[in-house]
Ligand binder design. Structure first.
Ligand code: NAD
Ligand code: DAU
Length: 340
């Protein structure tokens, strides 16, 4: 492993992974390849922009010629694919881009990777492929029951990686991360959305009764988990990267308000997300056996995260304009008007 292509490396988790890899492995060349969609942000990579072992290339993972060129020009031997449309609510409004990037994009990366003799391919996937888990914890061999267009697109992407392993002998590994939070997360997702809205004393639209359960993983722990699976995972295997920090959404929301010293009256129960999964939970046992452990418990991670958004308004205020406001209007205006 020497020349690593990190696709989607300008997003939330991808940029944490790039920052981690550039610092930890000065002998690797890290090439970030990113389309810079609404969610991609070059500000996330400012701290590494002058490092000798880091390069940035703008491009689309679903464009064969662009992928082929970057693989060839940088003599890439390893691909780590974070590139995705990643927001469930947007997939419900319009699944199109999800098929383009999360399905076709993964296929193009695998296919061009095979032609260029890639030695290892890591597909970053999600606990959402298992669907709603009433009780217990998902294991890697459990069946897939994805419920949103986003979850189905991620399941399709990782099944293609598996097929390239079985059919063509590609050395592919898969990570399935749980709900991730931390600095530099686009403020459409629960933690940064509610934190930045509450800072401005705006209403927090909590879907349904707020008693859905998510399993929270701090972003740096997720990045280290992908590093661990990339280096030590067995070809053809998937590994759950679970935070094992399960919380009700309502409790996460209340804690954010407490940390900010804001009133609980900002919470609004609004009509639920369509097809909303009630509970995700995975076992991290298999990844632990590779040597991965999360460092952050949820209370420590959430406190650090909320503080980061308080101290870094320069980062998120310029995002919450233009396209963001159009999306907000489409997703929340009706819901807030119809609040329960
Ligand atoms: P994000 O939306 O913050 O970032 C996605 C990045 O991919 C952006 O930089 C975007 O510009 C880029 N991108 C999108 N389409 C592209 C294309 N066609 N070509 C090249 N680049 C493209 O996402 P994230 O939250 O950082 O998630 C990263 C990965 O981790 C995704 O694959 C996601 O499914 C997975 N994941 C996320 C979470 C979570 O809680 N955020 C949990 C588990 C797994
Ligand atoms: O589980 C892993 C997944 O976690 C990743 O694969 C996805 O990329 C990531 O977006 C995340 O998906 P969720 O749908 O769980 O995350 P989100 O932050 O959108 O929502 C978290 C929970 O909070 C979910 O139950 C819906 C609820 N929610 C979310 C928003 C944005 C609300 O109640 N109100 C909101 O406005």
């Amino acid at each position: 492993m020497r020349n690593i292509l990190v696709t989607g490396g300008a997003g939330f988790i991808g940029s944490a992974f790039v920052r981690h890899m550039v610092a930890r492995y000065p002998n690797y060349n890290i090439v970030c390849f990113d389309k810079l969609t609404y969610a991609g942000n070059i500000d996330n990579l400012l701290s590494v922009s002058d490092e000798a072992n880091y390069r940035f290339e703008r491009g689309d993972v679903a464009t064969r010629s662009a992928v082929s060129r970057v693989l060839r020009d940088y003599h890439i031997d390893t691909v780590v694919n974070f590139a995705a449309e990643s927001h469930v609510d947007r997939s419900i409004l319009d699944p199109d881009a999800f098929i383009h990037t999360d399905v076709v994009g993964v296929y193009i990366l695998l296919d061009e990777g095979r032609k260029h003799g890639i030695e290892r391919f890591c597909q970053v996937s999600t606990d959402e492929v298992y669907g709603d888990i009433e009780d217990g914890a998902s294991l890697e061999g459990d069946r897939f029951l994805p419920n949103s267009p986003y979850a189905a697109s991620k399941a399709a992407g990782e099944l293609m990686a598996r097929a390239y392993h079985v059919t063509y002998g590609m050395d592919a590994v898969i990570t399935r991360g749980s709900n991730t939070y931390g600095p530099y997360q686009y403020p459409e997702k629960l933690v940064p959305f509610f934190t930045t809205e509450a800072i401005d004393d705006r209403p927090l639209p909590l879907y349904g009764d707020g008693r859905q359960i998510r399993d929270w993983l701090y972003v740096d722990d997720h990045a280290r988990g992908v590093d661990c699976v990339l280096h030590f995972g067995a070809a053809g295997q998937a590994y759950n990267l679970a935070g094992e920090n399960q919380r009700f959404n309502i409790d996460v929301t209340r804690r954010i308000l407490d940390l900010l010293g804001k009133p609980q009256s900002l919470i609004r129960h609004v009509p639920d997300r369509e097809g909303h999964d009630r509970r995700y939970a995975m076992s991290a046992e298999k990844a632990r056996a590779l040597g991965w452990r999360r460092d952050f418990d949820f209370d420590t991670g959430l406190e650090a995260t909320v503080r980061w958004y308080q101290e870094n308004e320069w980062w998120w205020r310029k995002i919450k304009t233009g396209e963001y406001l159009e999306y907000y209007q489409q997703q929340y205006a009706g819901r807030l008007a119809a609040q329960e």
